[in-house]
Design a protein around this ligand. Structure first.
Ligand code: NDP
Length: 245
C-alpha cells in the first residue's frame, strides 16, 4: 500500500469535488475527505446513491456536502461550464477534484467491439473528463493550491487483450493528465493520476466475476494515496501516475 500517515483535519477548509461519489472507490473517497474536514461535492449518475452518501457524511459529523446529479454520458460542454460557475458562486473556490467516475464497457475481442460501446466508453472515460477538466480549471485556479486527480488503471499504460475501449480510454487519461500538468506547471494547480490497483468494487467484480473478492483490498485500504494527493503534503507532485497499492 502507498505509505502515508494521514493527519486529522488535514483537508479542513478545502472544497473537493468527487465524481462517481455514489459507489465504489469514489464513495469511500468522498466519506474520507469529508471525515478529514473537507466540504465535499458529490457528483454522480444515480441520485439515490448520492443521497445515501450525503446522509452518511452528515451522520459522521462532517461538513455538509453538496450533490450534483450528472450523467457523464449525456452531459454537454455547457452543463460542465454551468456546474463550475455554480461551484465558484457557492463555495468561492475549488481546492480539489477527484475525477474518478468511469465505465468498463464490455470485455471482448478487438474484432467484436461494438461501435456504440466504444463511443460510450470514450464519452464517459475520456471526452467527459476533458470537458470536466477544462470547465473546472478556472475555478481550481482561484485556490491557492489546487489538486486535480485523474483515475487510470494498469491497462492505461500496458494494453491488455479484450480490454479494448476501457484500456484505450485510460491511456488517453494518462496523456491528458501529462498535457495539463505540463501546461499548468507554474500555476497553483497540480495534476496527477491515481492507479487504484485491483480493488473490491462492483466494477472489479464485473470484470472478474469468478474472482474471490474478499481477497482484494477494500476502497478504505487504498485511501492513503487519495488523501496524500489532496493534502498539502503533495504540493510539489505534478504530472505523475501514482499506484495506490
Ligand atoms: P464502480 O463501478 O464501483 O463505481 C463507478 C462510479 O462511477 C459509480 O459511482 C458510478 O455511478 C459512476 N459512474 C459510472 N458511469 C457514470 C456516468 N455516466 N456518469 C456519472 N457517473 C458515472 O467503479 P470503481 O469504484 O471500481 O472505479 C473507480 C475508478 O477506479 C474508475 O475510474 C475505474 O476505472 C478505476 N479503477 C478501478 C479498479 C478496481 O479494481 N476497482 C482498478 C483500476 C482502476 P452509478 O453507481 O450511479 O452508476
Amino acid at each position: 500500500m502507498f505509505n502515508y500517515s494521514i493527519s486529522t483535519n488535514c483537508l479542513a477548509q478545502k472544497t473537493i469535488l468527487v465524481t462517481g461519489a455514489g459507489d465504489g472507490i469514489g464513495r469511500v473517497a468522498a466519506l474520507t475527505y469529508a471525515k478529514l474536514g473537507a466540504t465535499v461535492i458529490l457528483l454522480g449518475k444515480t441520485v439515490k446513491k448520492l443521497e445515501t452518501v450525503y446522509d452518511e457524511i452528515v451522520a459522521q459529523g462532517s461538513p455538509e456536502p453538496a450533490i450534483i446529479p450528472l450523467d457523464l454520458k449525456g452531459a454537454s460542454k455547457q452543463n460542465y461550464i454551468d456546474m463550475s460557475a455554480t461551484i465558484a458562486d457557492q463555495f468561492g473556490q475549488l481546492d480539489g477534484a477527484l475525477l474518478n467516475a468511469s465505465m468498463l464497457g464490455e470485455l471482448t475481442p478487438f474484432s467484436q467491439i461494438h461501435e456504440q460501446i466504444w463511443q460510450d466508453v470514450m464519452q464517459v472515460n475520456c471526452t467527459s473528463q476533458f470537458l470536466l477538466a477544462q470547465a473546472l480549471i478556472p475555478t481550481l485556479s482561484k485556490s491557492k493550491n489546487a489538486s486535480l486527480i485523474f483515475t487510470t488503471s494498469t491497462v492505461g499504460h500496458k494494453g491488455r487483450a479484450f480490454w479494448g475501449p476501457y484500456s484505450v480510454s485510460k491511456f488517453a487519461i494518462e496523456g491528458m493528465m501529462q498535457v495539463i500538468a505540463d501546461e499548468y506547471e507554474n500555476s497553483p494547480i497540480r495534476t496527477n493520476a491515481i492507479n487504484p490497483g485491483a480493488t473490491r468494487t462492483k466494477m472489479r467484480a464485473s470484470a472478474y466475476p469468478a474472482e474471490e473478492s474478499k481477497n482484494l483490498p477494500t476502497p478504505e485500504e487504498i485511501m492513503p494515496l487519495y488523501v496524500y494527493l489532496m493534502a498539502n503534503d503533495s504540493l510539489h507532485v505534478n504530472g505523475e501516475v501514482l499506484n495506490a497499492q
